[in-house]
Ligand binder design. Structure first.
Ligand code: NAD
Length: 260
C-alpha cells in the first residue's frame, strides 16, 4: 500500500516530522522532507533516510509562511516523483505568553505555519489525489485542538482551526479515495517543547522542574511523554488500507490528557 508511494512531510528536519518521514521511508515510500536547519545536518538526515531504507529522499526548503513556496514544493515533488500520495502537514511553532503581551508577529507566524500552510498544501495536492482516486492527508493537530491552556492563544486557535480544516477536507474528498485525518498528540519531548520551557517559566513564575512536572506532565495521567515514534506509527497506520474508512477524525495520542 505505501511501498513506492511518495510522502511529503512538512517540518520534517526535526522532532515528530523527522520520525514520520523515517517511518514512511521504512515502509518503502519516497520522501520529501521539508524544514529549516543547518544545510549539512539536513543533508545528513536526507542521506541517512536514503541509505537506511533504500528509497529516494529530497529536501524542500519551502518556508511554510509563504504560500507560493508551498505550491512550488508540491509542484517540484510531483515533477520529481510523479505524485504526492501522502501529505503530512506537520510543521509547527509555538510561543507562550499572556494575550496582552503576545507579540502580534508571533500570532501571525503561528497561524501561517500551524494552520494556513496546511490549507495551501492540501489545496495544492487535491487535484492530483482526486485524479488518482487515492490519497492520504494527515494533519498534525495537538491536544490543543480539543482543549485550551492559558498563554498559548495563537497555538490553540491554530490547532482548533486544523481540526476544522481536517473535517471539511474529509467531507470534500470522501468520494475520491482520499482520507483526511488529524493526529492530536499530548506532550512529545522534542525541541518545540524544550524551547517553550523558559517562556513558561517566565509566564508562570516557575522553575524548569516545576514546568516539566507541574505543567507538562501534570496534564498527562500516564506521567510519560508521548514519543515521536508512537506518533509516526499512527501516521503510518492512517496511510494503510485498513484505515480507508477513517476520515475526518481527530485522533488523540495523549496519555489520557483529554479524557479529563
Ligand atoms: P520541532 O520544533 O522539533 O519541529 C518543527 C519542524 O517544523 C522543524 O522541522 C522546523 O524546521 C519546521 N518549521 C518551523 N518553521 C518552519 C517554516 N517557517 N517553514 C518550514 N518548516 C518550518 O517540533 P515538534 O514538536 O516535532 O512539532 C511538530 C508538530 O507537532 C507541530 O505541528 C507541533 O505543533 C505538533 N505537536 C507537537 C507536540 C509536542 O509536544 N512536541 C504536541 C502536539 C503537537
Amino acid at each position: 500500500m505505501i511501498q513506492g508511494k511518495t510522502a511529503l512531510v512538512t517540518g520534517s528536519t526535526s522532532g515528530i516530522g523527522l520520525a514520520i518521514a523515517s517511518a514512511f521511508a521504512a515502509q518503502g515510500a519516497n520522501i520529501v522532507i521539508n524544514g529549516l536547519g543547518a544545510s549539512h545536518e539536513i543533508e545528513e538526515e536526507r542521506l541517512r533516510i536514503e541509505h537506511e531504507f533504500g528509497v529516494q529522499a529530497r529536501h524542500s526548503a519551502a518556508d511554510m509562511r509563504k504560500p507560493a513556496e508551498i505550491i512550488e514544493m508540491v509542484i517540484e515533488a510531483e515533477k520529481n516523483f510523479g505524485s504526492v500520495d501522502i501529505l503530512v502537514n506537520n510543521a509547527g511553532i509555538q510561543h507562550v505568553a499572556p494575550i496582552d503581551e503576545f507579540p502580534p508577529e508571533q500570532w501571525d507566524a503561528i497561524i501561517a505555519i500551524n494552520l494556513s500552510a496546511a490549507f495551501h498544501a492540501i489545496r495544492a495536492v487535491a487535484s492530483g489525489m482526486k485524479k488518482r482516486n487515492w490519497g492520504r492527508v494527515i494533519n498534525m493537530a495537538s491536544a490543543h485542538a480539543l482543549i485550551a491552556s492559558p498563554f498559548k492563544s495563537a497555538y490553540v486557535a491554530a490547532k482548533h482551526g486544523v481540526a476544522g480544516l481536517t473535517k471539511t477536507a474529509a467531507l470534500e474528498f470522501a468520494r475520491h479515495g482520499v482520507t483526511v485525518n488529524a493526529i492530536a498528540p499530548g506532550y512529545v519531548w522534542t525541541p518545540l517543547v524544550e524551547h517553550q520551557i523558559p517562556e513558561t517559566m517566565a509566564a508562570r513564575g516557575m522553575t524548569r522542574d516545576q514546568v516539566i512536572h507541574d505543567v507538562l506532565l501534570d496534564a498527562q495521567p500516564t506521567k510519560e511523554f508521548v514519543t515521536s515514534e508512537q506518533v509516526a506509527a499512527l501516521a503510518v497506520f492512517l496511510a494503510s488500507g485498513n484505515a480507508a474508512s477513517i476520515t475526518g477524525a481527530i485522533l488523540s495520542i495523549d496519555g489520557g490528557w483529554t479524557a479529563h
